[in-house]
Design a protein around this ligand. Structure first.
Ligand code: GCU
Length: 336
């Protein structure tokens, strides 16, 4: 309750600051400048915070201060599910949201949340920059939700980690409560891997691991360390079950309201941000692994073939419509 109140205050303050910085902003007219409020659920040491803060600085310089981005980290404005609603109604301008959240708004996004969809970070980034593959998907929420997808930031390889001991094969997860994001695809995924999937929002995972409500979770090495999960779950099984993806959302009216010249600069700076984030991500993953090992984390390899076999029906069963299959196949072709 207290947390919710603090978040509402933070949203209110962010809006007040944004309105003060606004030099125009009549709905339906092209805007000449504004501080865009951007919500992120990561800490200040996470590569997404660093890349997005630099995006704001570059944008401000390139636009002579007309447009600017202020990043609010640590779920200050709310968990992703709540913030998407705030971007939709225009009270927050931009947000980073995991693909799992967008799957709940348009199930077609689920195709990009599956194990095996992306073979590597580079494959993933080339696909999400290719309008011929994702163009329709990225504008699919504009009419109903006022949300435009600008592109994305990789979440890298996701691995499984537990508090109680090493996991080497699906049977080792039997009866273990493993946190997943709030997504049907991911619930099915962890159940198929042998665990008992427990959906929960990101910010609640540390306490749930610490108190024993959860036996484990799954995430990339950077989140594992920046969220301090390494303090409470010391065994990382290198399952590499999928390459995850975060999307950058912007309120469609705000985006479409920019003058054509400003939008061109905005798009160019955003595109540069995606590239810089990928470089930063790769470097930071190595650093996070080292930091985890130094803090006592034990990494182990798994019976990858057994996990892949367990996951195959989830992939096939999730490609429900011909359109899902077509999107999945186009993504695979882009890796040839
Ligand atoms: C990653 C991802 C977040 C997501 C989180 C999660 O850290 O970048 O967007 O919220 O995983 O597991 O919830």
């Amino acid at each position: 309750m207290k947390m919710r109140f603090l978040r509402l205050c933070a949203v209110g303050l962010a809006l007040l600051l944004a309105t003060t910085a606004c030099s125009s902003g009549v709905s339906g007219k092209a805007e000449t400048g504004k501080t865009l409020v951007l919500s992120l659920n990561q800490s200040e040491t996470h590569p997404s915070y660093i890349a997005l803060t630099e995006f704001g600085e570059r944008l401000k310089a390139a636009m002579d201060g007309r447009w600017d981005v202020k990043v609010y980290p640590n779920e200050t404005l709310g968990a992703q599910q709540e913030v998407i609603q705030l971007v939709s109604d225009g009270s927050v301008d931009m947000a980073v949201a995991s693909g799992t959240q967008l799957e709940n708004l348009n199930p077609h996004f689920g195709v990009l949340n599956l194990p095996t969809t992306f073979k590597s970070i580079d494959h993933q980034m080339s696909v999400i920059k290719d309008k011929s593959i994702v163009g329709d998907l990225f504008t699919s929420l504009e009419a109903s939700k006022h949300l435009t997808v600008l592109g994305g930031l990789t979440q890298g390889d996701r691995n499984l980690y537990t508090a109680t001991g090493p996991i080497k094969k699906p049977a080792d997860l039997h009866g273990m409560k493993i946190r997943v994001q709030e997504s049907d695809v991911h619930i099915k995924m962890v159940n198929a891997m042998g665990g008992s999937a427990t959906p929960m929002s990101y910010g609640e995972v540390y306490t749930a691991l610490q108190s024993g409500v959860l036996d484990g979770a799954e995430n990339n090495e950077i989140s594992y360390v920046t969220q301090h999960h390494n303090e409470v779950a010391k065994y990382v099984a290198r399952t590499r079950h999928l390459v995850g993806l975060d999307y950058m959302l912007i309120n469609s009216e705000t985006y479409n309201g920019m003058t054509p010249e400003d939008r061109k600069i905005f798009d160019a700076e955003w595109s540069k941000t995606m590239t810089e984030h990928t470089t930063l991500w790769k470097k930071d993953t190595a650093r996070a692994i080292q930091q985890a090992e130094d803090s006592g984390t034990k990494f182990n390899d798994v019976d990858k073939a057994a996990f892949d076999k367990a996951l195959a029906p989830v992939v096939n069963g999730s490609l429900k419509s011909p359109a899902d299959r077509e999107l999945y196949d186009a993504i695979q072709e882009a890796n040839q």
